[in-house]
Structure formats: C-alpha cells, structure tokens
Design a protein around this ligand. Structure first.
Ligand code: XIL
Length: 321
C-alpha cells in the first residue's frame, strides 16, 4: 500500500503542516506542485503578498502572483497564511525613493492594509500583520514605520486589518525570538502592551530559521508557554534547518539525520505546547532562500531534496505526528 501523505497524517491530528510557496513554480514546475498539494495542508505566500511585489506604483496594486498562490492553495484544500502587511524589507523601489511626510506614510499604510487584507478576507486564515518590529538587542527596530508613527504603527496596522478582516487571525511575526532570550523578552513585553491597549492581536509567529543558531527545544517550549498564557496563539511560521561549517557533521547522511532530530524535537514541542501549525520555508531544498542568502550555510534546510524525494526530516515529522 502507498505510504500515507504527510498532510493526511497531520490532518488526523488537527495539525497544519505548511510550506512557503512561490508563484513562479506554480506556473512551470509540475513536480513542485505535486509535492505541495500531496504533502502540505497549509501554505504561506513566500513573497507574493509583500509590499514590493504588490505595489508597482503609489496608487496601484498587482495581485496576480498573490492570487496565483492563494487560489492554488484553496483549490487544493490548503489553509492560507498571508505574509506580510507592515515590514521594513522588500518595499517597492519607487517607495524607497519617495520623499513622504509622516502623514502620507500613515495614509499609505492604512490604504495598503485595508485594500490587501480586505481583498483576501475570506480566503486567508491568518495575516502576519507586522513582521520583525524588534531589533536583535530587544529595542524597537528603528525602521521607517517606527520613525513616522512610533510604536502605534503596530496598533494601527492591527486595527486597520481587523476593520476589514475581523475573521482573520492577526499575528505579530519575528525571527531569533524562538527560545527565551533578550529579543523574545522584548516581544513578550511589546505584545503585552498591545493587549493592554486593546489592540486586536490574536497570535505570535515564531519564524524558527534554525540557521546560525538552533534554539534548544526546551527553551522554545518555555517561550511558547508564556505567550500562550497571554491567551495568544503561537505558530512556527518559517522553519528551516541549516548548518555552519562548525556544526555540520560533515557527510550528508549524518547531517540529514541530525536535521531530522531537530525537526522531530520541534514537532514534539508543538504537540506538547498547543502549537497546531508548523510551516517550513519552502518545498524542496532547491527552492530554499538559504543558499542564496547565506553562503557559509549548508543549502539543504527543508523536508524534500532537490530530486523531489522526502528526506529523513520529512519522515521524522510524520512519525512524530
Ligand atoms: C525571504 C524569501 O524567502 C526570499 O525569497 C526573499 O528574497 C527574501 O525574503 N524572514 C521573513 C521572510 O519574514 O519574508 C523572508 O523571506 C525570510 C526571513
């Protein structure tokens, strides 16, 4: 008999196993699509819903790629996570040169949130409303939104999203805040302040890019617990696992076993701590952002290899579920 599919094993557990998805291979790559629809029951648009791709000019939107990803997912009964409304990266080029006033920037963000979150209100389950607002040392990241509006840019972004998409879960999402550390302490304080101010935030996304550092699973568990005690949902939103020359066991099989153990441990944390969604940041190793962004890391951080075959990490997650 055929092996059960990962998505079915997950669904039996009321668990969502997701992948970040790009628009291009949905048009051109049959193997990519086959893995995606057979093995995952959850999808995040990797780039298509970022401001850069969406906003060719100040008053225009281009939803073609975003629609391609969202429509494909819905045709295949996959839940969609949308990423992201307010971020400092991947803004359009024209925008980076725009000499705006603070008021114009606020108006622009309001329109962006209303239009984008409104358009997808019935098609997506969750939004990363704000991405990466906190710096690694725990201070507020000094980005364009913060510069113009201060901390209330987060409040406003969540409120505007809630105005048009009250059924969608609204998340704060960040990296390097997976375990308990200075940065996750700061995020804990930030979302606590937002809750005190009555901001409609539903959850926190832990990206869990396990690249230069791999947070100890016990520390991730402790971190998840404290956010859940605030009555927030927690999801693992962008997981990948790569190795530096210093922690790479050397040969491929040993590395893939080690990687599988880490995926297994994080899946166990999810099941133990009430995290019902784990998203990996890409389908196959060859689709991953890691090797083009980090030259010194191994380029095989995901669940499927470049030849479309499942890796030990895939089996580890399936066995754990
Ligand atoms: C990455 C994409 O994977 C790349 O294709 C793109 O060139 C850069 O962004 N944190 C995030 C994601 O929130 O949006 C990033 O995605 C990876 C880090």
């Amino acid at each position: 008999a055929d092996e059960p599919r990962l998505r079915d094993v997950a669904a039996d557990r009321d668990f969502e196993i997701g992948a970040a998805v790009a628009a291009e291979p949905l048009r051109t790559d049959a193997s990519y699509k086959k893995i995606l629809r057979n093995e995952f029951n959850y999808v995040t648009a990797e780039n298509a819903l970022k401001m850069g791709p969406l906003r060719p000019a100040r008053h225009t939107y281009d939803f073609r790629d975003a629609d391609a990803v969202v429509d494909y997912a819905r045709e295949h009964d996959q839940t969609v996570r949308a990423h992201t409304l307010a971020w400092h990266n991947q803004t359009p080029e024209w925008f980076q040169e725009w000499d705006y006033t603070d008021g114009q920037l606020e108006d622009f963000l309001r329109d962006h949130v209303h239009t984008t979150a409104g358009r997808y209100r019935s098609r997506v389950d969750a939004w990363d409303v704000v991405n990466e607002a906190v710096a690694d040392d725990g201070t507020m990241r000094d980005n364009l939104w913060y510069d113009a509006m201060g901390e209330r840019y987060l409040d406003r972004a969540f409120e505007w999203a809630d105005e048009v998409a009250s059924e969608t879960d609204l998340y704060y999402n960040d990296y390097g805040a997976d375990g308990v550390n200075e940065k996750s302490d700061a995020i804990y304080d930030l979302v606590s302040r937002m809750l005190d101010r009555g901001v409609p935030i539903d959850g926190v996304g832990l990206q869990l890019h396990a690249l230069h550092e791999k947070p100890a699973p016990e520390s991730v568990a402790e971190n998840v617990r404290r956010f859940r005690e605030l009555d927030l949902d927690v999801q693992i939103t962008e997981m990948d696992v790569a190795y530096t020359p210093a922690d790479d066991p050397g040969d491929r099989d040993a590395r893939w076993e080690k990687q599988a153990e880490y995926y297994r441990a994080i899946t166990e944390v999810c099941l133990d701590e009430g995290v019902d969604t784990l998203v990996v940041w890409g389908v196959r190793d060859s689709d991953s952002w890691v090797s083009s962004w980090f030259e010194s890391l191994t380029g095989d951080p995901l669940l499927f290899d470049a030849g479309n075959d499942p890796k030990p990490a895939y089996h580890a997650i399936k066995e754990t579920l």
